[in-house]
Design a protein around this ligand. Structure first.
Ligand SMILES: Nc1ncnc2c1ncn2[C@@H]1O[C@H](COP(=O)(O)OP(=O)(O)OP(=O)(O)O)[C@@H](O)[C@H]1O
Ligand SMILES: [Mg+2]
Length: 264
């Protein structure tokens, strides 16, 4: 598998705080890779670096064989990187379908004046955007189907808002999808469902996925590979079993010596 994303000794400092330090990380086309680590480990900051919210203070970030460090976020989106946010960014007063359509507009070519005058190109694009939104929403089956498309986002359950956030990211037609805690706040059956959905995104849509997740059942269920972080640095990487039992990973979560814990 070819490398799709590569961080080469990437660093980001906020003043004296090294949120990410000398991080090497790669994701190959078609993989599902999970980022784990305790609160403040630097996981979301890594997403912010990949999507151009921040420019690395050291090292490089490469996507599909080109450096994307320092590019503006919308340029990185256009190259094929989309993300969801830990705190959702929906337009709550817009309908479900409008939320998804709004997320596709970066990819269309018609000028604003063409939309106002409704030129043939603008009308064709409007139909394409509509079809794309419906296609993306269909992927979520009954959860975001039919009558829900015309409901305002504020009537959706919390789990459905999280699904809609993923639908919005898919509307940008990404090659690489970054999911920031997709199962946060979900109950066990919703968590099971989102685990399956992430697998289907890769298997049926061919999307490569880098996911931040605290729920270890989800991480175990979806990951080809797991990368464990603490204090902005990689602790270890490998299979789920390797990471879940690695003493330094256990210690980073518990903040104490695992042997001492075992002895209790
Ligand atoms: N804009 C910012 N300015 C200053 N410090 C920041 C900024 N963003 C993040 N940090 C700090 O960088 C570190 C990493 O934060 P980050 O949000 O990446 O952690 P995280 O691993 O996503 O944690 P969580 O699991 O709680 O979401 C933290 O110490 C945080 O306080
Ligand atoms: Mg975070």
């Amino acid at each position: 598998m070819a490398r799709l994303l590569e961080l080469q000794r990437a660093s980001l400092a906020f003043g004296g705080l090294h949120a990410v330090r000398d991080l090497d990380l790669d994701v190959r086309e078609g993989e599902i890779v999970s980022l784990i680590g305790p609160n403040g480990a630097g996981k979301t900051t890594i997403f912010n670096l990949i999507t151009g919210v921040y420019t690395p203070t050291g090292g490089d970030i490469r996507f599909a064989d080109q450096s994307i460090a320092g590019l503006l976020p919308h340029k990185i989106t256009r190259l094929g990187v989309a993300r969801t946010f830990q705190s959702l960014r929906l337009f709550l007063n817009m309908t479900v379908k409008e939320n998804v359509k709004a997320a596709t507009y970066g990819a269309t070519k018609a000028m604003p004046w063409e939309s106002i005058l409704r030129t043939p190109r603008a009308r064709r694009e409007e139909r394409e955007v509509d079809a794309l939104a419906e296609d993306v929403l269909s992927f979520f089956g009954e959860r975001l189907m039919g009558y829900r498309w015309d409901q305002p986002a504020y009537v959706l359950s919390y789990a459905n808002r999280r699904r809609l956030e993923i639908a919005r990211a898919l509307a940008a037609r990404p090659r690489l999808l970054l999911l920031d805690e997709p199962a946060a706040g979900m109950n066990p059956s919703e968590t099971h469902e989102i685990t399956e959905l992430i697998g289907r995104l890769r298997d049926e849509r061919g999307v490569t996925i880098l996911v931040i997740e605290h729920d270890m059942h989800v991480v175990e269920g979806i990951s080809d590979r797991v990368i464990a972080l603490d204090h902005g640095e990689k602790v270890t990487e490998g299979t789920f079993d390797h990471c879940a039992t690695h003493p330094a990973v256990v210690e980073s979560y518990l903040g104490r010596d695992p042997d001492a814990l075992a002895a209790e």
